[in-house]
Design a protein around this ligand. Structure first.
Ligand SMILES: Nc1nc2c(ncn2[C@@H]2O[C@H](COP(=O)(O)OP(=O)(O)OP(=O)(O)O)[C@@H](O)[C@H]2O)c(=O)[nH]1
Length: 410
């Protein structure tokens, strides 16, 4: 071996702390091919043994401490064994990417989720408005006429659209709509104003129990909404009782029971087909006796005519007010936003039949008909209390008109 190589190996093994046993055999002449191969294999093994000890440089400290896929003991070098350090001069191989380590993604904010949920509605309204305004140098009455058509077909409702266009015409006369951007700004402001006009969040007072009666046709998301509301109030430390007064479908009570267990609420339920009023009666008694804070009543939505609906509602109210004279404190109508104009007809029917005090619009996620929020609110002067943007508990949110319009226009 050349003299400088010997020096090099000596230095190397000294650094590795391996000692003379590992030193290449001192021979008078050159190493044999076999010896060289053995030497190379030894060095490769040393490098392999050293590599897993390299900390994954890219892993942030928090992750390194978090629950990681457990490394089986077999692959962990003995803690007492002197760990050979990797010092070989080969270009350092990048540390293996920690592919198996779950990278904690920052949860998108609710505003981002709302924006995503409204993306189809955004396309239906704002996308089409943008196309209309593309290259337009001047805003005139023709532009507003075309805008009117867009808004009506985007489920804002005829009454609300006509009202919006009239206001925009006045603003046009006042020279406030010089260009497309100004028109878009004005449209946003006017929609926001109409939503704010009737806006009122649901305030659960300290009446014991505070009674929320939930109504709406089947399939709109009533039971899911009740479960989410129960989770919200139970999360605030309130004692919640659910009344399964939708006795037409066994699965409805079961679904409610699952939610009750999940969120730690009480439930009163009868057999399938029982009288809904009897369930309400028992639930009221139980709520009073147990000192319940919030009593939420699920009702069936299978009354196809207004007369039936009114009769059923009257009966439930009669029983309820006998036990809790000022109840229900909130009659919450659940509407499926994805049904567009149907939701609007339901709002009309239920408002006349059931003294609705607030609305929940569910399934805004993935629907192109989110414009219905504006129509329900403005046309029927009903406050939208909550919106549903998905199936999980955190997907029911108190409605915020400013945030909603911002998310819609962005
Ligand atoms: N994507 C989405 N799905 C929802 C939302 N709210 C409810 N759902 C789903 O809509 C379906 C119907 O919901 P339910 O709560 O059973 O509706 P319901 O009005 O109680 O129906 P009945 O019990 O038949 O009267 C379920 O699959 C829910 O998970 C929402 O905001 N977004």
């Amino acid at each position: 071996m050349a003299e400088e190589n010997k020096g090099f190996f000596k230095g190397l093994f000294k650094k590795l702390g391996i000692g003379g046993a590992e030193e290449p055999a001192e021979t008078a002449g050159e190493q044999s091919v076999e010896e060289q191969e053995q030497q190379e294999r030894r060095e490769e093994k040393q490098q392999e043994a050293a590599a897993p000890l390299q900390p994954p440089v890219s892993a942030p400290p928090a992750q390194a401490q978090s629950a990681q896929p457990v490394v089986t003991p077999a692959s962990v070098p003995e803690p007492s064994a002197p760990a050979p350090r990797q010092v070989w001069t080969e270009p350092a191989a990048p540390a293996p990417a920690p592919v198996s380590e779950p990278v904690e993604q920052a949860k998108p904010s609710f505003f981002d989720r709302l924006k995503r949920s409204l993306s189809k509605t955004h396309e239906t309204i704002i996308g089409r408005v943008d196309t209309l305004l593309l290259g337009k140098k001047q805003i005139d009455t023709d532009t507003l006429e075309e805008l009117e058509e867009i808004l009506i077909t985007a489920d804002l409702g005829v009454k609300t659209t006509v009202d919006l266009i009239r206001t925009l015409e006045q603003r046009l006369k006042r020279d406030e709509l010089q260009d497309g951007a100004a028109l878009k700004r004005a449209l946003k402001e006017e929609i926001q104003l109409r939503l704010l006009e009737h806006h009122a969040p649901l305030v659960v007072t300290d009446k014991k129990p505070f009674v929320i009666m939930v109504i709406g046709v089947n399939g709109v998301g009533k039971t899911t909404t009740i479960g989410k509301l129960a989770a919200r109030y139970a999360g605030e430390g309130k004692k919640v009782l659910l009344a399964a007064a939708d006795t037409f479908r066994a699965a409805a009570a079961e679904q409610l029971e699952t939610w009750a267990k999940r969120v730690g609420a009480d439930i009163v339920r009868h057999k399938e087909g029982a009288d809904p009023s009897a369930v309400v009666f028992d639930a009221c008694k139980a709520a009073i006796a147990r000192g319940t804070d919030v009593l939420i009543i699920d009702t069936a939505g299978r009354m196809h005519t207004k007369v039936n609906l009114m009769e059923e509602m009257k009966k439930i109210r009669r029983v309820l007010t006998r036990e809790i004279p000022d109840g229900p404190h909130e009659t919450l109508l659940v509407l499926d936003a994805a049904t567009g104009q149907n939701a609007l007809s339901q709002a009309k029917l239920f408002k006349e039949a059931a003294d609705v005090t607030g609305v929940v619009l569910t399934k805004l996620d993935g629907s192109a008909k989110g414009g219905i929020v504006v129509a329900v609110c403005h046309e029927y002067a009903l406050p939208v209390r909550f919106i549903g943007v998905g199936e999980s508990v955190e997907d029911l949110r108190a409605f915020d008109p400013v945030q909603f319009v911002d998310a819609l226009f962005q």
